[in-house]
Structures are given as C-alpha cells and as structure tokens.
Design a protein around this ligand. Structure first.
Ligand code: URA
Length: 189
C-alpha cells in the first residue's frame, strides 16, 4: 500500500504549511523490520528519488551496513520530518511537532524491536532529552515501551572521520552483530 494511503488519517489532518508534496519523502523499507532507523529530514537527493538516505549520507550508511553484514532491505528507514527544509536548514520545533504523530504511527505499525536514532535531532526528540549525541550514543534506552539507541548521523562521519568507527560500533551493538571472542576463535578453526 502507498505510504500516504496507509497513513491517510494523518495526511488528512497535517497542516498544509508543513506538507509540501514536492519536497516530501516517505518512510521506506521492510514494514515488519526488527529495526527502525530515524534520520532528521530528507535532502535534495532524497526528494529527487523519493526515498530516505540515498544521497551522500545514505552512501555512508550503506558502507557501514555492508561492513556489518546488514542489508538495507532488512530495515525500515524514515525521518523525523518528512519534508525537506529549505536550504538544508535544521528542522524547526514546529516542523518536528507537526510530523511527530506520523512517526509514532510508523513505529506502531512496524513494531521494531529497536529504534536507532541518527544524530541529535531524532535522538533528542525520541528520548526527550537535551543531551548531545556524543554523550549518549551507543546506549540502549527504554522510553514508553520502546527500545531506543541513539547514535551519530552518518553525515557527521563525513565531516569527522573519527566518528565513523563509533557509528559502526554502535550499529553492530544495535543489530547484535558485535564481534565476539568466540566468533574470532571459530574463525581460526
Ligand atoms: N539525512 C537525513 O537525515 N535523512 C535523509 O533521508 C537523508 C539525509
């Protein structure tokens, strides 16, 4: 079913100021996934292709997923705000509030075992905190019955390469793909 049909109740009520169809990108991926990834807002490439995380940040995410051995098709990927903010500015509090009920519906529908919030905006919203991502990344929190792991936004690792290994480590933990001592031993035999 098309995203906008599936969540028709929301789209009937969203204020038109916050819903520019031409800049809209829906959530995408496995609708029964154990894992939901939440980004910030779509960029120009995402709008062009109509899918989240297909630009530079998405390619970075793909590289890391491939290192870990997780396929994108196994995941549900969405954004806090579904419409591209002009000039790539940060989403506003009002935009986040306008799209929050839809995010909640997506989570209720997918029922992921764990939610991975990418970057400050999604992490602060989902955890209702003002703490910065470097303070809280890689820990698993429970809030309103949801298991949530905040981690760095893949785009942040493009500007600061040192964050790449940390993002990969966090994702390994979330996907339970940590390299165990036992696995390393098995590899030798
Ligand atoms: N950054 C995001 O937060 N989301 C996207 O979909 C693309 C880039």
């Amino acid at each position: 079913m098309e995203f906008q049909d599936k969540y028709a109740d929301f789209f009937e009520t969203v204020h038109p100021d916050y819903f520019d169809q031409k800049l809209f990108v829906p959530g995408f991926g496995c609708e029964e996934s154990k894992y939901a990834l939440i980004g910030e807002a779509p960029g120009a490439n995402e709008v062009k292709q109509g899918k989240p995380f297909v630009g530079r940040a998405g390619k970075r995410l793909d590289e890391i997923l491939s290192n870990i051995g997780v396929k994108r098709s196994e995941l549900y990927i969405t954004n806090l705000v579904k419409v591209r903010p002009p000039n790539n500015r940060n989403p506003t509090k009002k935009e986040i509030a306008a799209w929050a009920p839809l995010l909640r519906e997506e989570i209720d529908s997918v029922k992921p075992e764990i939610i991975i919030t990418l970057g400050n905006f999604a992490s602060r919203q989902m955890l209702d905190t003002s703490k910065g991502i470097s303070q809280i990344h890689g820990r698993i929190f429970t809030r309103e019955g949801l298991k949530i792991m905040p981690t760095y936004h893949p785009a942040a690792t493009l500007y600061d390469r040192s964050k790449g290994p940390e993002l990969e480590k966090d994702l390994r933990k979330a996907f339970q793909k940590e390299e165990s001592g036992q696995r390393k031993l098995d590899d030798l035999t």
